[in-house]
Write a protein that binds this ligand. Structure first.
Ligand SMILES: Nc1ncnc2c1ncn2[C@@H]1O[C@H](COP(=O)(O)OP(=O)(O)OP(=O)(O)O)[C@@H](O)[C@H]1O
Length: 394
């Protein structure tokens, strides 16, 4: 999705928190969907409800837009009790994206996306402008896709159109029920990262249902792990959930490889970085050799005159005369300082590099080696509560 597209009006409505207070749902046949649930979805955050089939995720979500009415308790959207809001108006304030999108098959993509603005009585011009803006935002070229019908799109494109339609009237809240589960894993991963970038722009309060812990960890600011009857076993940010599962149920659900999953949600800390010797591209090789010898190092990082990463030089190449620029090598293995440890690790593996440089913008901050990566991961786990019995160690 092109997040550089003009998005002036898209993030206009302030996000609202959603609070569930003592909410229960008993179905007419006596089955309990959710029992006495208290949960707050913070404004502007993406909260994931995750848990095994039948634990009450969908019931919880559908009580927010009153597709399902709670048997007891209150659901508040901002300061409004949703039972006091007309259901039709309520659903216009709440975007809803479901697994198979639910696009109207006999309407073009443009018409589908403009549905809610039209219902709200927006004039033609404003609706049309809004539709074009959203097509851009979700990465669908208006000229190529705007006039197609849903069956003329791929699964991933349909999903993007579904997201655009849900955002059309700038809702305060977005509910998403397994929105990416009908597409293949590669497309799903792409949609997930596009969606994260989109959320950075729109900052909606999002409630996202999935049964897939990997998806939950990837997308969630916070995750509620639920067990039968809508019982919240743990409500925490992904790193905490993976680092300190609160109950055996959570430990089992997040899986024995939670240490690996944690790599994806652990950021790089400046304190994790090693500081190898640094030389400059315009330095004489002899000076570089002296620096390497003094440090007892086998290689040094090469920076340009503005301290941007230029490459690296090894002791083997720091011989003869000339400049470091001529003797050094390019360095492709680098990551931004806000990357995850997983990105750093996979960059290292992909480029078969023994270390990766870490950059803040263009500024060189230091390097990560396999040892410092390992230390970083250990650091992120230390301070967690003792491991739950049965949960695997790193
Ligand atoms: N209309 C209904 N009538 C009776 N029981 C229902 C109804 N809808 C859901 N339930 C029950 O409520 C419980 C929670 O269902 P819900 O659909 O909320 O679970 P879920 O966590 O979303 O599951 P899944 O991941 O399989 O979609 C289940 O035991 C289910 O059988």
């Amino acid at each position: 999705m092109d997040v550089s597209a003009p998005t002036g009006s898209i993030a206009a409505a302030p996000a609202q928190a959603i609070r569930l207070e003592g909410v229960s749902k008993t179905y007419p046949d006596g089955s309990v969907g959710v029992r006495q649930l208290d949960l707050t979805f913070a404004a502007g955050e993406l909260t994931v409800l995750v848990g095994p089939s039948g634990c009450g995720k969908t019931t919880t979500m559908k009580m927010i837009n009153r597709i399902i009415e709670p048997t007891t308790g209150r659901v508040l959207l901002g300061d409004d009790d949703v039972t006091d809001v007309d259901p039709v108006e309520l659903r216009r304030r709440i975007g809803y994206v479901i697994q198979n999108v639910g696009l109207f098959p006999h309407q073009t993509v443009r018409k589908n996306i403009g549905t809610v603005p039209r219902l709200l009585g927006w004039d033609k011009r404003r609706t049309a402008d809004r539709v074009e803006e959203l097509l851009d935002l979700v990465g669908l070229d208006p000229a190529a896709f705007g006039d197609r019908y849903p069956h003329q799109l791929s699964g991933g494109q349909r999903q993007r159109a579904g997201v655009a339609r849900a955002l059309a009237a700038d809702p305060a809240v977005l509910l998403m029920d397994e929105p990416f589960s009908a597409v293949d894993p590669i497309v799903r991963e792409r949609l997930q990262s596009e969606f994260l970038r989109l959320q950075e722009t729109v900052r909606k309060t999002i409630v996202f249902v999935t049964h897939d812990i990997e998806e939950a960890v990837r997308l969630g600011d916070r995750i509620a792990v639920m067990s039968q009857g809508g019982k919240v076993e743990q409500f925490a940010p992904p790193a905490e959930l993976l680092g300190s599962p609160a109950t055996p149920f959570v430990a089992d659900f997040v899986g024995a490889d939670r240490g690996l999953k944690r790599l994806a949600v652990t950021g790089i800390d400046m304190a994790d970085l090693e500081q190898p010797p640094v030389v400059h591209a315009d330095d004489d090789v002899r000076a570089a050799r002296a620096v390497l010898e003094r440090a007892g190092a086998r290689w040094a990082v090469v920076l340009d005159d503005q301290d941007r990463l230029n490459g690296w030089i090894s002791t083997e190449r720091a011989t003869g005369s000339g400049t470091v620029r001529e003797a050094g090598r390019r360095m492709d293995a680098w990551v931004p300082i806000d990357a995850s440890l997983k990105t750093a690790f996979s960059t290292m593996l992909q480029l078969e590099a023994g270390w990766v440089a870490v950059l803040d913008g263009e500024r060189f901050c230091g390097v990560l080696t396999p040892e410092s990566l390992h230390a970083a991961l250990r650091r992120s786990i230390e301070g967690s509560v003792p491991e739950v019995a049965g949960a695997a160690h790193l």
